[in-house]
Design a protein around this ligand. Structure first.
Ligand code: PBG
Length: 341
């Protein structure tokens, strides 16, 4: 029993810290809240939704626990839920079965395809919620690639010509934000030009500026019906995961071509890229918490290894801390509910 001992340690700790004890501010919930540097808001969330043919019940995506493919009417209900929760935007992705796919992804140009029908239905019923539509051919091609394949190669310019038409069809259906996720060169400029030429000067472009060839898209490909279809990989157009400077070049290029917002994808394994782009460029920068990231958390939670709810808030918070303006996440409605409570 020797107070002098504690006093000795106290003197040492005080000397070591210079008196600045970091734990002082962490003592209470109120003081932690008071000094929190970044915070996820419902306004930061974009909710990706899968649309399917036909009416009736939601159809679970087996590789994404808690995520369903919805009918067009189901999408309208989801948009209503988004509005109630305060989620600003929903992003639409179509499930296309093999029989409706072809070499050129023709269904992408059908003004009555699933995405366009869902967009029209949402904008008619819930005009206050933004609609984002992906531009890329992979949900529609028999080979699962984002572009046209010739002699085993994905051809750039012919693909861009089709992507422009896809963007126009979606914008004419009422889509607010065009999201080119195809990674072809020059597509942002060509799409902007096509939109402007059709008088659609208000349609926004969120460019998938730094999109990496990634293992984290696996469950998404299952959700849209591409996984069985995809031949080979996407490494001739999506980025190499070893590169960081190149992400800056890609993003600068998309900004110069007319992007209103940029995106980094996947999210968590690329927080360094997100942080760099958000700090070095001056455009709203978003992160995509991909299907693989979502399913890793859900699968681990199902096995009791982690707490899904806590991991959800922590990962979404990580994007904000890294500098994201917002996040596309399959957790969006759950996170919004959590933020409200
Ligand atoms: C289509 C596209 C993909 C994703 C979004 N748009 C898949 C891919 O590029 O293969 C992935 C989304 C996710 O994994 O959640 N080009």
């Amino acid at each position: 029993m020797n107070d002098g001992g504690i006093g000795d340690i106290t003197r040492k700790v005080t000397a070591a810290t210079g008196g600045r004890r970091m734990r002082r501010l962490r003592q209470n919930d109120w003081s932690r809240r008071l000094v929190r540097e970044t915070q996820l808001r419902t306004d930061d969330l974009i909710w990706p939704i899968f649309v399917r043919e036909g009416a009736g019940a939601a159809e679970p995506v087996s590789s994404m626990p808690g995520v369903d493919r919805l009918s067009v009417e189901g999408c309208v209900e989801a948009a209503r839920r988004a509005e109630d929760l305060g989620i600003p935007v929903v992003a639409l992705f179509p499930y296309t079965q093999a029989a409706d796919r072809d070499e050129r992804g023709s269904a992408a140009l059908d003004p009555n395809n699933l995405v366009c029908s869902a967009t029209r239905a949402i904008k008619a019923a819930v005009p206050g919620v933004g609609v984002l539509c992906d531009v890329a051919l992979d949900p529609y091609t028999s080979h699962g690639h984002d572009g046209i394949v010739r002699d085993g190669r994905i051809v750039n310019d012919e693909t861009v010509e089709i992507l422009c038409r896809q963007a126009l069809v979606q914008a004419e259906a009422g889509c607010d934000i065009i999201g080119p996720s195809d990674m072809m060169d020059g597509r942002v400029a060509c799409i902007r030009d096509a939109l402007d030429g059709a008088g659609l000067t208000d349609t926004m472009i969120m460019a998938y500026a730094a999109k990496y060839a990634s293992a984290f898209y696996g469950p998404f490909r299952d959700a849209v019906g591409s996984s069985g279809a995809l031949k080979g990989d996407k490494r001739t157009y999506q980025m190499d995961f070893g590169n960081s400077d190149e992400a800056l070049r890609e993003a600068r290029q998309d900004i110069a071509e007319g992007a209103d917002m940029i995106m980094v994808k996947p999210g968590l394994p690329y927080l360094d890229i997100l942080s760099r782009l958000a700090r070095e460029l001056d455009l709203p920068t978003f992160a995509y918490q991909t299907s693989g990231e979502y399913s890793m958390i859900m699968a681990a939670a199902e096995r009791g290894f982690i707490d899904a709810e806590a991991a959800m808030m922590e990962t979404l918070g990580a994007y904000k801390r890294a500098g994201a303006s917002g996040v596309l996440s399959y957790f969006a409605p759950r996170a919004a509910e959590r933020l409200r409570s």
